[in-house]
Design a protein around this ligand. Structure first.
Ligand SMILES: [Ca+2]
Ligand SMILES: [Ca+2]
Ligand SMILES: [Ca+2]
Ligand SMILES: [Ca+2]
Length: 389
């Protein structure tokens, strides 16, 4: 959890330690760095001698350089590796601290993903989705702190360290072959010609949805009749999660229609950043929704669409590690919205099955407009304005 507390890092050893005092003994003086991953994300933690700096302008001071193909001839040559990605933070955005994933490029790096960040005093935790960096098996890593450009510290001081990624059960990579043997948890009627009684358009017409988990990460998949586009800003897929099996907590109402559960969390895939030119590829945010009008960002999770299917991977700890989750899947585009029946999913049973929760599937005549307003407020424009180097 990105709460600025290191308690959930207990039991994880540093991947590298660094002398204190070799970089002025201050805000850029790294003493240790950590890496871990679950089935969705890779997490980094840096400890420094001083206090974590979060400048309101200028580049984020703490960076991790990732050579994901362990090939120094690809990516940016830096300190013995070929860095294919850089993860940098913290950056304040709409009163939320984030880290940003960048592809090194001239004249400036290209942002391709966001993640939350948390810090307190000498401790910073941040990360990136495994899907953003292509699900590497092993990564050559260099940590860097450059807080006030007096001293710069690296860990290690020469060369790099290698992190072996614990492989996920399912990769949210758009390739469905890793779902072989797992049946849909819910099927939804398909229609046509469109508009039809089930959905208004093939690109929002859900047919099959899947869920499975490995005790650590919940993997979900939505298949539609049409094609998932990463271009339009209006395209959106959502997975509603009722984690306390209580219809009276969380979101149960979409534009006046009851979805049959009280969704305490929503995983929402779409193009964030408002209208106009997309600033980053689509992403999947996980929000906590304690009340219908409240959407608190918990984190960003791995996701990838591919033609007729989209996969997402949600850390179970981020949704309170429930034993039972009631799930509703939703696809929403400009013409309308398709919503599945609610399914009760029991975690940690493989192969998994689902039980229908009494409710009826329905269509909305318009996309779920309320969410778009919120999404716009996340304003990724800030990333460009802050000009990360
Ligand atoms: Ca140091
Ligand atoms: Ca490389
Ligand atoms: Ca996959
Ligand atoms: Ca609930």
């Amino acid at each position: 959890m990105f709460d600025g507390s290191s308690s959930d890092w207990g039991g994880i050893s540093p991947i590298v330690t660094d002398p204190s005092g070799d970089a002025g003994g201050n805000d850029e003086d790294i003493v240790s760095a950590y890496v871990t991953n679950d089935g969705s994300n890779i997490y980094f933690m840096i400890r420094i001698v001083g206090s974590i700096v979060s400048p309101t302008d200028g580049p984020p001071p703490y960076r991790v350089y990732l050579d994901v193909d362990q090939d120094p001839s690809t990516g940016m040559a830096y300190r013995g590796i070929g860095a294919d990605y850089v993860v940098a933070g913290p950056l304040e955005m709409d009163r939320t601290y984030v880290s940003v994933t960048l592809v090194p490029a001239d004249p400036e790096p290209v942002p391709i993903g966001l993640f939350l960040a948390g810090f307190s005093d000498g401790f910073l935790e941040f990360g990136c989705t495994l899907s953003a960096i292509g699900y590497p098996d092993a990564i050559d890593v260099v940590f860097e702190a450059m807080a006030v450009v007096i001293d710069t510290d690296w860990a290690p001081d020469t060369g790099y360290v290698t992190y072996d990624v614990e492989p996920p059960m399912i990769k949210a990579d758009g390739d469905t072959t890793d779902w072989a043997g797992i049946d849909p948890i819910v099927t939804d009627p398909s229609g046509g010609p469109y508009p039809n009684p089930d959905a208004n358009h093939p690109d929002e017409d859900i047919i099959n949805c899947y869920a499975t988990d490995d005790g650590e990460t919940l993997y979900v998949r939505i298949d539609i009749v049409g094609t998932i586009s990463t271009k339009p800003v209006s395209s959106m897929f959502a997975v509603f999660l009722d984690t306390d099996s209580n219809p009276n907590t969380g979101v149960s109402d979409l534009d006046g229609l009851n979805i049959g559960i009280g969704a305490d969390y929503i995983a929402l895939w779409g193009m964030f950043g408002g209208g106009g030119e997309p600033l980053m590829p689509p992403m999947a945010f996980l929000f906590r929704t304690p009340a219908p009008s409240v959407m608190e960002p918990i984190g960003i999770v791995s996701s990838q669409p591919n033609e007729h299917t989209i996969e997402m991977a949600i850390p179970l700890m981020w949704v309170g590690s429930p034993n039972t989750i009631n799930i509703v899947f939703m696809a929403s585009l400009i013409p309308g919205t398709d919503v599945t029946n609610a399914i009760s999913y029991v975690t940690r049973i493989q192969p998994v099955g689902g039980v229908l929760v009494p409710s009826s599937s329905f269509d909305l005549l318009a996309p779920w407009i309320g969410l778009f307003g919120f999404v716009g407020s996340i304003a990724l424009v800030a990333v460009r304005k802050k000009h990360i180097n």
